[in-house]
Design a protein. Structure first.
Length: 107
C-alpha cells in the first residue's frame, strides 16, 4: 500500500518508513537481548513518520521534494495525515479509497 508525500504527492510504499528506521537507527535499539521489542521500535517509527509529514520525500531518502507532482494527492495526503495523526496505515487506506472512488483524478 502506498502513502503519498504531503509536499509533492509522489507515492511511497509503506515499507519505506520501516526501511528508513533501519537506515537511521542501530537495530539493537529495538532488539533488546536479540528479541524484537515493539515498545522500543514505536518511538523510532514515529520519528520517521513525523519527519516524512514535515519534510516530505527528503525524509525517506528522496533527493529532493521538488515541484508538486500531483497537487491533489499532496493536499489530500497532508489533510488525511493531520486528521489521522499517528495512524499512517489508516491514512494509506483512506487515500487508497479516495483513489478507488476517483476522488484523486484531475486538478
Amino acid at each position: 500500500m502506498d502513502i503519498y508525500c504531503p509536499k509533492c504527492g509522489e507515492p511511497w510504499d509503506m515499507d519505506t518508513i520501516h526501511e528508513e528506521v533501519a537506515e537511521r537507527f542501530d537495530p539493537t535499539l529495538w532488539r533488546l537481548n536479540g528479541v524484537y521489542n515493539q515498545a522500543a521500535y514505536d518511538p523510532l517509527y514515529q520519528e520517521v513518520r513525523k519527519d516524512f509529514r514535515r519534510r516530505g520525500c527528503v525524509a525517506l531518502g528522496g533527493s529532493n521534494c521538488g515541484p508538486v507532482a500531483d497537487r491533489r494527492r499532496a493536499e489530500a495526503a497532508a489533510v488525511v495525515m493531520d486528521l489521522l495523526g499517528d495512524d499512517l496505515d489508516g491514512a494509506a487506506a483512506l487515500l487508497e479509497d479516495f483513489e478507488f472512488l476517483g476522488m484523486m483524478d484531475g486538478e
